[in-house]
Design a protein around this ligand. Structure first.
Ligand SMILES: Nc1nc2c(ncn2[C@@H]2O[C@H](COP(=O)(O)OP(=O)(O)OP(=O)(O)O)[C@@H](O)[C@H]2O)c(=O)[nH]1
Ligand SMILES: [Mg+2]
Length: 190
């Protein structure tokens, strides 16, 4: 089987009702601002500027749909949305729970968290919501290249005890990207 994922940006939605209509499965990418969600999409797709990667947090629109061979990835802005207006924040705070509650296409959520300071309060709130909604989730420890191999293994096993489904990712490590691609392909094609 080939595990190449050709991603293509399809559309953005500012409110839940504008989310793309399709009949395939989708996986949501969530996490703090700067955790590395958009970078992961770029790495997965081999297209460097597909998703906006920015050192300024919060540049992404609310729901960002990317097509891959067997379904879709939905990239979210980082929680906190530090760079958006209060009004926008209030609107997003209403729209996000609708997505997780009602989106039938959604089969799972990947929580991106920086391996150097993983699973902070906002991530834990997300986990709690996902457990309440019985939505499967996976923890993605990002920027694995920023810590030693020893530290990476320790952190991974620590969180595996808590959440079972945990992987590390580094956009600088081809193998971690290939493994990540495989997982997404398998999930979307099941
Ligand atoms: N060293 C290293 N840097 C990374 C990695 N992944 C992301 N980064 C850097 O982290 C910063 C933030 O990455 P983004 O992908 O924009 O983060 P995001 O989660 O999409 O952020 P928001 O859109 O604000 O929610 C960028 O400067 C990336 O280059 C990684 O695996 N290794
Ligand atoms: Mg982003």
């Amino acid at each position: 089987m080939k595990f190449d994922l050709t991603f293509e940006f399809v559309s953005s939605a500012a409110v839940y009702d504008q989310c793309l209509e399709h009949i395939q499965k989708e996986i949501a990418f969530v996490g703090a601002s700067n955790a590395g969600k958009s970078s992961a999409i770029n790495a997965l797709s081999n297209k460097r500027k597909l998703a906006k990667v920015s050192k300024t947090p919060g540049k992404t629109k609310l729901f960002n749909f990317f097509k891959c061979p067997n379904g879709y990835i939905v990239d979210f802005p980082g929680y906190g949305f530090s760079k958006v207006s209060k009004l926008q924040k209030r609107e997003w705070a209403n729209e996000i729970p609708k997505y997780f509650q009602f989106r039938d296409n959604l089969i799972g959520v990947f929580i991106f968290t920086d391996i150097r300071h993983p699973m902070r309060e906002a991530d834990l709130h997300m986990v709690q919501m996902l457990i309440e909604l019985k939505l499967p989730f996976k923890v993605v420890l990002t920027k694995a290249d920023k810590v030693s191999e020893k530290k990476r293994i320790e952190t991974e096993s620590f969180f595996k005890k808590k959440y079972t489904d945990v992987i590390s990712l580094s956009t600088k490590n081809k193998e971690s990207i290939i493994n990540f691609r495989k997982e997404i392909n398998v999930l979307l094609s099941n």
